[in-house]
Design a protein around this ligand. Structure first.
Ligand code: FES
Length: 562
């Protein structure tokens, strides 16, 4: 049933005279050439996150054209407006530091301006989470459109793509396996088109999870940024946005805890980025749901990882698109999903999976022959991480999943940069590398530095992986035996903050534990001697961030935005 739309009359600027507010608003918008007749129609807001600093959103203007066709053909007015845009490589100190700012910007713009629904267009790692967080909090009808993945490049005949290969080739360069000329050649091929990273990094993960959540049209996640299908998806999203505007179909009317659980199961099945867990926690928090990480581990423990994409596998997003994309993945794992959840289309998830073709492909594996048997992301607990830590075991070295080794501690990023390649560093392949002070507050913004580089002297000897632990994050495009999101972070003066060189650490992924094997009295003694850090937050957003950011297990959201 249609509801009465307010269109231009929504969210009036307050002059103390409603009629005058409408009169003035109409006068100004007519400056763009709109007629009275058009201004009576529903309004669809469209976020424009194009920026010359953000090649992941380089196709935004094309997508907006297609979206507008869909909106106009369905009898509504499309109005685009800018919001902040964040690209991973152009965000100092970290993109995560800015995610909550973008979510506030998005929420407030959706609230402040008149619109009956909003199409959120974005793609780079922090954009989709920020847009969903803001969009859900604004509680107007929203639908996500992602910019889509980039295509792959070719280096000496080998398919390459951002950013798993960025890291792989950089490691080879560090180990002196390739020289400066070759690494520069690779550099030209890693990002051959606009669009988001083409592997199972955070951007791909979040696109897929958004489809699984039900906040995107079916098959909206995987089509390449430069494909004609991506533009058809944009047009369909435009059409769909008018439908949700007309029925005031806000996410709170159909997103339940079951939708969130579907996304968590999907995260495990695709071997998604560990960042996906933080973002989903923050997104769920905006709806009032708390993701219990113990439950997540239980829920996903038996879910097979079936998508063969880098960094855990070999393919790229364009292969996943050709293989059938998200509907086909969900079809394969449907026994683990709630098929009765509603989606933005108004249909149940199960209905959208019914006509799923079964053509020959080799990217989405059968659940009986998975890439990784089960539980691609495991949640660990122990004295070292009493509130949790995680490991993407599907991207780790099997032989290190149970490991005891002596700690080599780095006090922060500067210390790491100064000493990691030093010949004097006392380290061997069994050591456990610890990187402190890269949590939500200390870096700030939890940099993706959890992939601590293998010390050069070991890399040269052929060591490819070691157990590495931090309170930071890791790019979804990276791999290794990396324990992340140690919670509480170093700044909170827990056990993680008092690890010393030579301390014995035990990792046991099968029993989900991570422990510092040091006597309790000694640990307490060290903690009691710690001096609380001074509040160095300066002003403005930095102060807001430092005073309100929560820990990894709360999605690194601000406490006042939940
Ligand atoms: Fe934008 Fe990878 S840097 S998606």
């Amino acid at each position: 049933m249609s509801i009465k739309l307010r269109g231009m009359k929504k969210n009036l600027t307050n002059y103390g005279d409603k009629e005058f507010s409408i009169f003035l608003r109409k006068a100004f918008i007519k400056g763009l050439g709109y007629s009275d007749e058009m201004l009576e129609k529903p309004i669809i807001g469209i976020t424009n996150t194009y920026s010359d600093y953000n090649p992941c959103h380089g196709n935004t203007s094309d997508l907006i054209k297609s979206v507008k066709s869909g909106v106009l053909s369905s009898g509504a007015i499309p109005l685009e407006f800018p919001t902040i845009t964040i690209h991973e490589s152009f965000a100092h100190p970290t993109s995560m530091y800015l995610r909550n700012l973008m979510s506030i910007d998005t929420e407030e713009m959706l609230r402040a301006q008149p619109m009956d629904a909003c199409i959120l267009i974005g793609g780079c790692d922090k954009t989709v989470p920020a847009q969903l967080m803001g969009g859900l909090s604004s509680n107007i009808p929203i639908i996500q459109l992602v910019t889509g993945p980039m295509l792959t490049g070719s280096y000496n005949g080998e398919r390459v793509g951002a950013c798993t290969d960025c890291r792989r080739f950089w490691s080879s360069y560090r180990a002196e396996e390739i020289d400066i000329k070759e690494i520069n050649k690779v550099n030209n091929q890693l990002v051959p088109t606009v669009g988001t990273c083409g592997v199972m990094g955070t951007a791909s993960t979040m696109a897929i999870l958004t489809e699984a959540l039900g906040l995107m049209i079916p098959s909206g996640a995987c089509a390449p940024a430069v494909s004609s299908e991506r533009r058809r998806i944009a047009e369909r999203t435009g059409i769909e946005s008018v439908r949700i505007a007309k029925s005031n179909y806000t996410p709170k009317k159909f997103i339940t805890l079951k939708n969130i659980e579907n996304a968590l199961v999907t995260l495990s099945a695709i071997g998604g980025s560990t960042n996906g867990l933080i973002h989903l926690t923050a997104i769920a928090g905006r709806l009032g749901f708390k993701i219990d990480l113990k439950k997540f581990d239980k829920l996903t423990k038996n879910v097979p990882m079936i998508v063969d994409l880098k960094p855990s596998g070999i393919g790229f997003m364009e292969d996943l698109y050709n293989a059938g994309g998200v509907p086909r993945i969900l079809n394969e794992i449907k026994e683990f999903l709630h098929l009765d959840t509603l989606t933005v289309t108004g249909k149940k998830l199960g209905e959208l999976l019914e006509n799923n073709d079964k053509w020959k492909q080799n990217v989405i594996k059968s659940k009986d022959k998975p890439i990784f048997e089960k539980g691609s992301i495991a949640v660990l607990y122990g004295n070292l991480a009493p509130r949790s830590a995680i490991i993407k075991q599907s991207a780790a070295s099997k032989h290190l999943l149970y490991h005891e080794g002596k700690a080599v501690v780095f006090k922060g990023l500067e210390d790491l940069a100064n000493r990691i390649d030093s010949e004097e560093l006392i380290v061997d392949k069994n050591s456990v590398l610890i990187l402190q002070n890269i949590g939500p507050r200390t870096a700030p913004g939890m940099p993706e530095a959890g992939l601590i580089p293998i010390p050069k002297k070991l890399a040269k000897l052929g060591v490819k992986d070691m157990v590495r632990i931090s309170d930071g994050r890791m790019s979804g495009t990276a791999s290794g035996t990396i324990i992340l999101h140690v919670c509480p972070e170093t700044d909170e003066n827990g056990v993680f903050s008092v690890i010393q060189d030579g301390d014995l650490i035990r990792l046991d992924v099968a029993s989900r534990s991570i422990d510092l094997l040091v006597d309790n009295h000694e640990i307490e003694n060290r903690i009691s001697k710690k001096i609380n850090k001074q509040d160095n937050s300066k002003r403005g957003y930095n102060k807001l961030y430092m005073h309100h950011v929560m820990q990894a297990d709360d999605g690194v959201d601000f406490d006042f935005l939940k």
